[in-house]
Design a binder for this molecule. Structure first.
Ligand code: IMP
Length: 431
């Protein structure tokens, strides 16, 4: 593994996505885990789908940190995460078949919030009411659960250990039913509740912990900690393309609030981005290729959602957006994913600026709506070579090296890694 990464600063390192999610974070956490003692998820929930591939098998994780396949790492689901017990238990069952001892290296924060079946109903009702302004939510109940968290109504994992848990559950369910009014549920609520309660019983037997304290102690005893983000910077509730965003803080600040880590304890910030852009769900996407080339990239890059199976929208790399993500997160090392997908394109367009209300700008403006903004592109030569079998970074095509250097120059941050395929082994370190 790279010396640059090994000589990382002391502290809690953060790994996060710089675009609209699906950048390939799961693969990189898995690649990096061997140098970390603790891997902790800090936000999001089962709307995420982190894909890892090794020994010819593909694994998709939704709530569980991507360090779970490494025997020596403690995996933490932090307080900033929202947990659907049913999805979580299904994920555990799949994992146990492969990693029988995985539960012994997993801690779940008592302060993480629970997604109730009625949260999913509220999500569906809210999307239905939005008509053509739909966000394209994954409908996993994420938004309503975070709303109950900030509204101070939520149920937390720690509540399942309390004697009055059922009363608390009923009170929140009643509140939701009142809000739902005559909304017709798209699934059988009674069945969903039964399954949910069975999963709660299973959760009670797992390691529920004050993970903020576990992380603080791990830090003080010199353990190496990696905070794993979900979704991406442009889906952040504050800094993303609001309102077409998720409901959590997907940026570096989210690692502090979602784990209980002080800002001055943050070390490296690894920013993961694709060599092009994708977005799933609605919302502005300035460099979108809504044409045959976009479809070619979608098919070649298997750009279909790992959680919902929805086709992802595809487009060219957007540097003003990437620079913004680098700044908002304080990225110290960039990692470029899926370079192999661009092989065979004669030229690559890279967005370097926008025409915004008649003026050329190089930053991300308040609104990215298509009628206000036109991307300005720089054309770069593409490469023909298949990259998937390359194991030595010095053997990459000159055009890919030039593309990478251009990104470094435009962002001011080194690209330390280029990924050329989904497998752990298809990873080229540049530093
Ligand atoms: P929600 O978080 O399920 O409410 O979805 C809100 C928006 O974020 C929708 O556009 C989703 O498609 C998008 N989104 C949520 N999670 C992910 C993810 O893991 N990858 C990519 N997009 C996501």
């Amino acid at each position: 593994m790279s010396n640059a990464v090994l000589s990382a600063k002391n502290g809690v390192d953060i790994l996060l996505g710089l675009q609209w999610g699906d950048e390939g974070k799961g693969k990189i956490v898995d690649v990096l885990t061997r140098k970390y003692d603790v891997v902790a998820r800090f936000q999001g929930g089962p709307n995420a789908g982190h894909t890892l591939e090794f020994n010819g098998i593909k694994h998709v994780l939704h709530t569980i940190p991507s360090g779970i396949f490494h025997a020596n790492a403690l995996n933490i689901i932090g307080n900033g995460v929202v947990v659907d017990p049913v999805i979580f238990c299904k994920e555990i069952d799949k994992l146990i078949a492969l990693e029988p001892h995985c539960l012994s290296r997993l801690e779940i924060s008592r302060k993480a919030h629970l997604i109730l079946p009625t949260h999913r109903l509220l999500d569906a009702a809210s999307e239905a009411a939005k008509g053509k302004n739909k966000i394209g939510s994954t409908l996993k109940g994420i938004g309503p659960t975070y709303m109950d968290k900030t509204g101070r109504n939520g149920l937390r994992i720690g509540d399942i250990e309390l004697p009055d848990f059922m009363e608390r559950y009923q009170a929140l369910k009643d509140k939701h039913m009142h809000l739902l009014g005559s909304y017709e549920p798209p699934f059988d609520l009674a069945d969903a509740e039964m399954e949910w309660m069975r999963s709660i019983d299973r959760l009670r037997k797992m390691v529920l912990a004050d993970t903020d304290i576990s992380i603080q102690e791990a830090y003080k005893s010199g353990k190496r900690i990696l905070a794993e983000g979900a979704q991406g910077t442009l889906l952040d509730v504050d800094f993303g393309t609001y309102p077409f965003v998720t409901s959590s803080t997907t940026t570096a600040a989210g690692a502090c609030t979602g784990l209980g880590v002080a800002p001055n304890r943050i070390g490296e910030v690894y920013g993961i981005f694709k060599a092009y852009c994708t977005r799933v769900g609605s919302g502005p996407f300035p460099t979108e290729l809504d044409n045959d080339l976009g479809q070619e990239i979608r098919d070649k890059g298997h750009e279909y959602g790992s959680t919902t199976g929805r086709p992802r929208r595809t487009g060219w790399l957007d540097l003003p957006a990437l620079r913004y993500a680098v700044e908002v997160n304080g990225v110290t090392q960039l990692m470029m994913m899926k370079a192999d997908v661009l092989s065979g394109l004669k030229n690559l367009e890279v967005c370097t600026a926008y025409m915004y209300r008649g003026e050329k700008i190089t930053h991300l403006p308040y609104s990215l709506e298509a009628d206000l903004l036109d991307p300005c592109y720089t054309t770069m030569p593409g490469w023909d070579e298949d990259l998937t079998g390359i194991h030595d970074v010095t053997k990459i095509p000159a055009a890919l090296e030039a593309y990478t250097k251009f990104i470094e120059q435009e962002t001011g941050v080194p690209v330390v890694l280029i990924s050329v395929g989904p497998d752990r082994e298809q990873t080229l370190w540049r530093a």
